[in-house]
Write a protein that binds this ligand. Sequence first.
Ligand code: T4K
Length: 368
Amino acid sequence: MSSEPVYVTQPHLPPLEEFIPYLEEIWQSKTLTNGGPMHQALEQALCDYLGVEHIALFNNGTTALLTALQALRVTGEVITTPYSFVATAHSLLWNGLTPVFVDIDPQTFNLDPAKIEAAITPRTTAIMPVHCYGNPCDVEAIQKIADNYNLNVIYDAAHAFGVNDGGGSVLRHGDLSVLSFHATKVFNTFEGGAIVCPDAKTKKHIDHLKNFGFVDEVTVVASGINGKMSEINAAFGLLQLKHIDQVIARRRDIDRLYREELKSVKGIRILEQPVHVTSNYSYFPILVEPDYHLSRDDLYQKLRDHNVFARRYFYPLISEFPMYRGMPSASASNLPSSRRIAYKVLCLPIYPGLNANDVDKILSIVKK
Ligand code: T4K
């Protein structure tokens, strides 16, 4: 058995020599950033791969979230989930917006559409759901509410690279969808992100916003930000794309093995995958129920004792962090399902470089 540490995830790194030609091209062009050839090539390649029309690349997912909210001129209150990475709600605070937390559906861990309407006030202008672990939200129900109340929908799709919901890419829903290409994601550009846009006009506006608001040398049309992806990150993305199918296939194999081996372990619950969804297998969350022989935190510690660094995504809930916990919607009584799941969840390691011995080791610790 390997004694190397095993993390919740590890980036897939193609052989270094495969990256050298990209670097030589950058050295030759001397264009390092500001929408150079690698950047343009990656935007097109991603549109083709993901099956979407328009993509604006960013230097990370958080800047992309900030810019998406700016692009739609969102104001007032935004309905969102407490069960996510903290960047989701932080992007609202950074825009001077008020997050209003709504509970999740305990079967999907996504925003529960049945609870959204009760949280809408005259100040509500948008909904920011998360396709948590890449599992699609109930996009139709959310859109219906948005249409009825004239709200924007910005999907935090940080986990949803390449996910297909049966009708096409899950990224086609809502007004905008935001991806993260962080090192820990299924598809990574070291740091990076993107906004999937419905039309060329919106993409152009977003491209201006991510370049300080510049339209040409002397014209600034908005108080934009520097959200541009560099050529080196874009080049790495192009290389990653060549390996992505293989990367997802290996994740799928690990997912299947975990599911098969853990399905009959007393006290371990596995998040079900909807049949019509093509997943990216980005995370493998389990719920440690009261009838398991250890608490969630004891299992987490036991794995650590064996050099396996599983993670409690998403514990604590965003609504429990100091800048949110005083908000009325952050109260425990408003978020019972989110709280229950956050105290039971443990994400097991899943990534292409995880070898069979490590998977066996993890399974034997959980099963023992
Ligand atoms: N919205 C959602 C729903 C998100 O999940 C995220 C990011 C965002 C928005 C924001 O997108 P970005 O602005 O990040 O593009 C990690 C990531 O830093 C974060 O990107 C991600 N979500 C979140 C779910 O996970 P940490 O603090 O858990 O990362 P860290 O550094 O502890 O890494 C986890 C493990 O990954 C390490 O134990 C080892 C491994 N690792 C990590 C890095 C950075 C590597 O092997 N190599 C690496 O370079 O947040």
